[in-house]
Design a protein around this ligand. Structure first.
Ligand code: KG4
Ligand code: ZN
Length: 363
């Protein structure tokens, strides 16, 4: 068995500045601290993440997040075995801020530097939280990501499909904006949907008529816009109409995700994994209707279902520190030549996913 290590992780690829300390061995690790400083307020007036503002805020906050994470863990930098940092994919200014900060820390303390793929951080979270065994199927569904991955090892991923345009969280956020609901849109749309009729409007189920696991969510938002404009009474929208549109939209997203997950599970189950597992990560996994639909599909296929706690499903640095721990155990470390990458598909046999999205690259 590998010796337990202590890893400091840094994350700054989108709009959360985060630092964390994780200790243990692959498949059996614990979080000693996890600090996340969000930037929602800084971007609120702009209706999306402004890359330059994000990068500046990361550069300002990284040091204090690192100090807070070490403090909370009761450790000094000299107690750490390696520094892991998100080296992509993401908004390049933010990724660069993190990589530069990590290089400074590693060089100053004479520690190994480990570049981590942000998506690997999400994908390996079930191993951090539950010691999940390889291979498992991961569905990443957030404001910036949407893809199915068979996770075979810390550096071995097969992407079965993903969104070709918007991510589902992005679609929830845009829907909220169209219906004058607050941001982030997911929780607001979900709350409205609770008292709406999901069957009243026939919203499309994009790409269900095509084989494979790719998804598309941008047409759904256009259909909703048209429906809304047909219902508007002057500038006003009736509460009932709004609730019904939210319920119809949410049902459409849940059905698309459920059907595509069914297909992804069939491919994954083909290799007869010992302990079949469908795991989800990303903010959209917080949605009760979507989570229930995915859980049902997993059980239908004979697989277990796992949704890690929300604070570890959304962007954080504990997942980066943990992914660093897995890479370190393989002896894979980087030097000062580590580069920040805006795009970085996990599955090296596949091209980067299309769609820039409000939060930058999707793979
Ligand atoms: O993973 P996350 O915190 O950040 C990234 O996108 O990286 O996910 C945030 C996204 C937002 O688009 C938000 O609207 C969505 O997750 N979200 C939800 C819910 N809670 C958050 N979407 C649907 N239902 C929810 N309850
Ligand atoms: Zn993320």
């Amino acid at each position: 068995m590998t010796e337990a290590r202590v890893i400091l992780g840094l994350e700054s690829s989108c709009d959360d500045t985060a630092a964390a300390v994780v200790t243990g061995v692959p498949g059996d690790a614990r979080i000693l601290s996890s600090v996340v400083a969000g930037q929602t307020d800084l971007h609120a007036a702009f209706g999306g993440v402004v890359p330059e503002i994000a990068a500046r805020a990361h550069a300002e906050k990284l040091d204090t997040c690192v100090a807070a994470a070490l403090d909370e863990a009761g450790l000094r930098l000299s107690d750490v075995d390696a520094v892991a940092v998100t080296a992509g994919p993401g908004l390049i200014g933010g990724v660069l801020s993190g990589v530069m900060c990590a290089k400074g820390l590693a060089a100053g303390a004479g520690l190994p530097l480990i570049g981590v793929n942000h998506l690997a951080g999400h994908a390996l979270t079930p191993r951090l939280t539950d010691g999940a065994a390889f291979p498992f199927l991961m569905l990443l569904v957030s404001g910036g990501h949407c893809q199915f991955l068979i996770v075979r090892g810390p550096e071995d991923y097969a992407r079965l499909g993903g969104t070709i345009d918007d991510a589902p969280g992005e679609a929830f956020d845009k829907t909220a904006r169209l219906l004058a609901l607050p941001q982030p849109g997911g929780p607001a749309v979900e709350a409205e949907a609770e008292h709406g009729d999901p069957a009243r409007f026939a919203f499309p189920r994009p790409l269900l008529d095509r084989p494979g696991c790719d998804m598309s969510f941008s047409g759904l938002k256009t259909a909703l816009l048209r429906t809304r404009d047909g219902l508007m009474d002057g500038n006003r929208l009736r509460r009932r109409d709004r609730a019904d549109m939210c319920a119809g939209f949410q049902r459409a997203v849940a059905e698309v995700l459920a059907e595509k997950t069914r297909r992804a599970l069939a491919i994954y189950m083909h290799d007869a994994p010992d302990v079949p597992l469908l795991a989800v990560a990303g903010g959209v996994a917080a949605n009760k209707a979507i989570r229930a639909a995915l859980e049902e599909v997993a059980h239908e296929a004979g697989a277990n279902f796992l949704a890690p706690p929300l604070r570890l499903c959304t962007d954080n640095a504990a997942m980066i520190a943990y992914a660093g721990l897995e890479r370190l155990a393989l002896g894979h470390v980087d030097g000062m030549e580590l580069m920040a990458r805006p795009r970085w598909p996990l599955d090296r046999s596949q091209p980067a996913l299309l769609g820039g999205g409000k939060k930058g690259a999707k793979a």
